[in-house]
Design a protein around this ligand. Structure first.
Ligand SMILES: NC(=O)c1ccc[n+]([C@@H]2O[C@H](COP(=O)([O-])OP(=O)(O)OC[C@H]3O[C@@H](n4cnc5c(N)ncnc54)[C@H](O)[C@@H]3O)[C@@H](O)[C@H]2O)c1
Length: 446
């Protein structure tokens, strides 16, 4: 991305008109919690807790200047009032029925906005059971011709824009986790990808067809699942060509959020790690999908990588060379969306003496994911408006497996990720970077 092509400061105009939010998997637990939550906030019935764009502040200048605006007052983001939702699902339940099925939000939250939720009617999905083995819906586009599917999705996007009077859209994948795919020949370039689509190549997942339709329609694509989708050279190239942002992958919630909070602290204090055993029970539809070993492998890879990058065993072999890291997810229907995650962390300190940390996080998966969807949609729309196309590494804060440029390693430490995000905002608005160098406050002291 060339700096001179970026709009900065006063060139960044306030967003005009409505912003379309297009969601593959619009009938899922995360999507319905996100959409219902935005509407509840718009009607003054709830607070957008967990959302950095809505509640977060940003310090500007020196500590003694006391300039700490809200992020949404600092940089021009779309307002919640201007969001219009649409999307696709393999089930035809409307937003109210789907949210009731997901059982994340109580009736007290859903019933007052029933009229609105009932207007969210999913468009028929592009679906292939080979990629999500434990689901079988019938609200799907007919046929198996991949090119025809891409064209149908592009028509859906165009129709959605027209019907809703929307000229900017963002697509955010909140659909199921697909089976594990490795980057192969069809994923290496735009040309290879297009050929593979024309040849109905089995290595092209449905999520890639949505991404192709989005990018070809000039719509940014955010990947909330660990699916490979846009994390391949073909889409990086296409995003650059079409000047569209792409971001991913896998929302950082629950156990991995805890891991990327705790691990940087252990490393900061030079405490060693013997092993980190993580297990979860989860009973929602996502848990059912992850009960298939091929979908779980996609998730497992995403969850395992974080410690390696945070702890840097190559730099600290005596502390982190041989730790044992295990992650499991068990499908347990009684818990629904209320996942429970246990971590047993074996650490060692001074002279090698062992200690243990136990974490029992009784979380609510979609409650943690919904505000991330909101922030990602608003920040990605900002990126699009100012010409920041391609991989949005500054949004790593939101992802378990942040996409990154080839040759760079990803940044997983939550606190570095937050600094990266805020420094990007400061840069865009012509403010100084904050380095947390504090000596300058004391330089004049005797
Ligand atoms: N909730 C979290 O904390 C969290 C965190 C990280 C990632 N994720 C990921 O987000 C995604 C959504 O999670 P969820 O809990 O809402 O799951 P969910 O099963 O409730 O929702 C997924 C929805 O996607 C639909 N779907 C599947 N394939 C589709 C396709 N090809 N086109 C359109 N719709 C399709 C399903 O019918 C379902 O309604 C999953 O991939 C999950 O792994 C969730």
């Amino acid at each position: 991305m060339e700096e001179r092509q970026l709009k900065r400061k006063e060139q960044i105009e306030p967003p005009k008109g409505k912003l379309g939010v297009l969601i593959p998997g619009v009938g899922g637990a995360v999507s319905t919690t996100f959409i219902a939550g935005v509407e509840a906030v718009r009607r003054g019935l709830a607070e957008p807790i967990g959302s950095l764009t809505q509640l977060g502040t940003i310090r500007l200048g020196k500590r003694d200047e006391y300039r700490i605006p809200r992020i949404k007052d600092f940089i021009p983001l779309a307002s919640l009032e201007d969001l219009v939702f649409g999307g696709w699902d393999i089930y035809d339940a409307n937003g109210y029925e789907a949210a009731s099925f997901a059982k994340v939000l109580h009736r007290d939250h859903l019933d007052p906005i029933k009229d609105f939720l009932e207007t969210i009617q999913p468009m028929p999905a592009v679906f292939d059971r080979r990629f999500v083995k434990n689901l079988d819906g019938n609200h799907v586009k007919p046929g198996t011709n991949l090119r025809a599917h891409v064209e149908a999705l592009k028509e859906d996007i165009a129709r959605f824009k027209e019907e809703n009077g929307v000229d900017r859209c963002v697509m955010i994948w909140c659909g199921s986790t697909e089976v594990h795919l490795k980057a192969e020949e069809p994923h290496r370039s735009v040309e290879a990808l297009q050929k593979a689509v024309d040849a109905d190549d089995p290595r092209i997942a449905p999520s890639m067809l949505y991404a192709l339709a989005a990018l070809e329609s000039g719509v940014p694509y955010i990947n909330g699942a660990p699916n490979l989708t846009v994390d391949i050279p073909a889409f990086v190239e296409l995003a650059r060509e079409k000047r569209v942002p792409i971001a991913g992958k896998d929302f950082k919630t629950g156990q991995t959020l805890m891991k990327t909070i705790l691990a940087p602290g252990l490393k900061a204090r030079m405490l060693g790690l013997e092993g980190w055993y993580s297990t979860n029970i989860l009973g929602n539809r996502d848990g059912l999908v992850l009960d298939d070993k091929d979908s779980f492998k996609t998730k497992e890879e995403s969850k395992l990588s974080v410690l390696e990058y945070i702890l840097q065993p190559q730099l600290y072999p005596s502390l982190y060379k041989n730790y044992y890291h295990k992650v499991t997810i068990n499908y347990y229907p009684p818990r629904g969306d209320n996942k429970e995650g246990w971590d047993c962390i074996d650490i060692f300190g001074w002279l090698g003496y062992p200690m243990q940390i136990k974490v029992d996080f009784q979380c609510r998966d979609s409650i943690l994911a919904a505000p991330l969807c909101l922030d990602l949609v608003l920040f990605t729309d900002l990126a699009q408006r100012i010409g920041m196309h391609g991989i949005q590494e500054w949004l790593s804060f939101y992802f378990k497996s942040p996409m990154h440029k080839q040759g760079l390693y990803p940044e997983h430490d939550l606190f570095i990720q937050l600094m990266k995000l805020k420094n990007t905002l400061r840069y865009l608005m012509g403010e100084d970077q904050i380095t947390h160098f504090g000596l300058d406050y004391y330089m004049g002291d005797a």
